[in-house]
Design a protein around this ligand. Structure first.
Ligand code: NDP
Length: 276
């Protein structure tokens, strides 16, 4: 049974899902069908991933009821001034009349229209086109600006987060206002090998699980929401099977020692990422 966390709008979100970044649109329908078959109910996609239509087809033919599913998509960087139409286009592709969570994908501080985008998301939530609203890759100053100009706190902030990049102080500050943290690239995004770190492999050996399972479990015990991506059904099953063991305090702390702070960041810095 996947645990659910309660968001600041009183709705709940499954703590584990399946993420679709770099899942080829030609394969995404099959992958989502496999994920739903395994038992995943939380799907994390985005306009820019190019696979919303495939996700929609898989959902439609799965037989899983809409109420059981949790679907997130994201507003791309070129639509901050047009979020209303952008979400409607995503809904059409997903063949849904609402998503569960809609996120501003990146803040694009150079353009400086993310407050306008946020105001649109507030309106879209009021219209029922999305149940919850949140942001992704927002730094503390961006969050502070949303708060001061709109008084509405994002339900989540989806940020890069993995053993080499743990961001403890920053995440504590983000949580002060009631946002939950979703961690992207929870396994390190394939940028480094988890099996190279005894802090991870020792725990894996102790529990008879894999390094990936240890790291996902570590996120879960830190109250992080995760949706690892894989193209392999075996790994999908492995990533789902993390609720029958528990890391000890010592094992949790050893993984904290891997943090390389800013040096551990693998993706782009949100202050500089303006790609459209
Ligand atoms: P992940 O940390 O999920 O890592 C994915 C990589 O790990 C792939 O190379 C995959 O390879 C491999 N992998 C998956 N499971 C296992 C396993 N059990 N054992 C060994 N290797 C494994 O990185 P992502 O970047 O994909 O992040 C996850 C999700 O986060 C994305 O799919 C997306 O939904 C979201 N995301 C959001 C971003 C944002 O800006 N908001 C940015 C990036 C991601 P293989 O496929 O070959 O199994």
């Amino acid at each position: 049974m996947i645990p659910r966390l309660t968001l600041n709008d009183a709705t709940t979100i499954p703590q584990l899902g399946y993420g679709l970044f770099r899942v080829d649109p030609d394969q995404a329908e099959r992958r989502v069908a496999e994920a739903l078959e395994i038992g995943y109910r939380h799907i994390d996609t985005a306009h820019i991933y190019g696979n919303e239509e495939a996700v929609g087809r898989a959902i439609a033919s799965s037989g899983v009821s809409r109420d059981e599913l949790y679907v997130t998509t994201k507003l791309w960087n070129d639509r901050h001034e047009d979020a209303d139409n952008a979400l409607k286009e995503s809904l059409e592709k997903l063949a849904l009349d609402r998503v569960d969570l809609y996120l501003i994908h990146w803040p694009r501080p150079g353009l400086n229209k993310y407050v306008q985008a946020w105001e649109s998301l507030i309106e879209l939530r009021a219209q029922g086109l999305t149940t919850s609203i949140g942001v992704s890759n927002f730094q503390l100053p961006h969050l502070a600006k949303l708060e001061s100009e709109t008084d509405v706190t994002p339900a989540v902030n989806q940020v890069e987060l993995h053993p080499l990049f743990q961001r403890w102080k920053e995440l504590d500050a983000m949580r002060v206002h009631g946002s939950l943290i979703e961690g992207w690239a929870p396994l390190g995004g394939g940028f480094y090998k988890l099996q190279d770190y005894p802090e991870i492999t020792d725990a894996a050996e102790n529990h008879g699980v894999t390094p990936a399972q240890v790291v996902l479990r570590w996120h879960i015990q830190n109250n992080i929401i995760v949706f690892p991506k894989t193209n392999s059904p075996e790994r999908m099953r492995e990533n789902f099977d993390i609720f029958n063991f528990e890391l000890s305090d010592e094992e949790m702390t050893r993984i904290i020692s891997l943090d390389e702070e800013e040096f551990g960041r693998q993706g782009p810095h949100p202050d500089e990422f303006e790609k459209v």
